[in-house]
Design a protein. Structure first.
Length: 85
């Protein structure tokens, strides 16, 4: 089973909107995180957020089969609320 991760769920900000800031931060992922707070609350999205910003990808597919944290990831990244503006 695959899960599409496309945002920081805690801050409700999409990777797509964060990609617009990469240029302003000279490609520095930490700079984008500090400016937006994305990836800094629970940290679950941080590895995927960093990869999405480095590779300029708005969505990443994560294979859940065999992951001990699959249920938590599914619950955490369920689309539920609109993006904060």
């Amino acid at each position: 089973m695959k899960l599409c991760i496309d945002r920081c769920a805690c801050r409700r900000v999409s990777f797509q909107s964060l990609l617009a800031l990469v240029g302003d931060c000279a490609g520095d992922v930490d700079c984008v995180m500090l400016l937006t707070g994305a990836g800094l609350q629970c940290g679950r999205c941080r590895p995927w957020l960093a990869r999405a910003l480095r590779e300029h990808l708005p969505t990443l597919e994560v294979e859940l089969d065999g992951r001990a944290d699959a249920a938590e990831l599914l619950q955490h990244f369920q689309p539920d609320e609109p993006e904060r503006g």
